[in-house]
Design a protein around this ligand. Structure first.
Ligand SMILES: [Zn+2]
Ligand SMILES: [Zn+2]
Length: 94
């Protein structure tokens, strides 16, 4: 089998993820509740796939597989590719 060249899912990424949880704990950076189990890139990987693997470039967030036990949101998924500032304001503009 050919090795995949993508580094994103590899061991360095998992290590950075573990470091991120060590640094920031499990408090979701989007809704502010505990129990966050996913690493959310401050700059979405889909917008900048060349960004370095850096635990400081990620924050804990809830995701579809581990929704917030307090507010029930899948913060990371709801945010999608929008910048972080949009996610903080949840009120609709229209
Ligand atoms: Zn959350
Ligand atoms: Zn929450």
């Amino acid at each position: 089998m050919a090795r995949r060249g993508k580094h994103r899912a590899g061991r360095p990424y998992r290590r950075a993820r573990a470091q991120m949880f060590a640094i920031y704990g499990d408090t979701c950076h989007i809704c502010g509740h505990h129990g966050a189990g996913e690493a959310d890139h401050l700059v979405p990987v889909s917008l900048d796939c060349e960004q370095p693997i850096d635990p400081h470039a990620m924050r804990p967030a809830h995701g579809a597989n581990a929704r917030c036990p307090v507010c029930g949101r899948a913060c990371n998924t709801e945010r999608g590719n929008r910048p972080v500032t949009y996610a903080v304001r949840t009120s609709q503009a229209w």
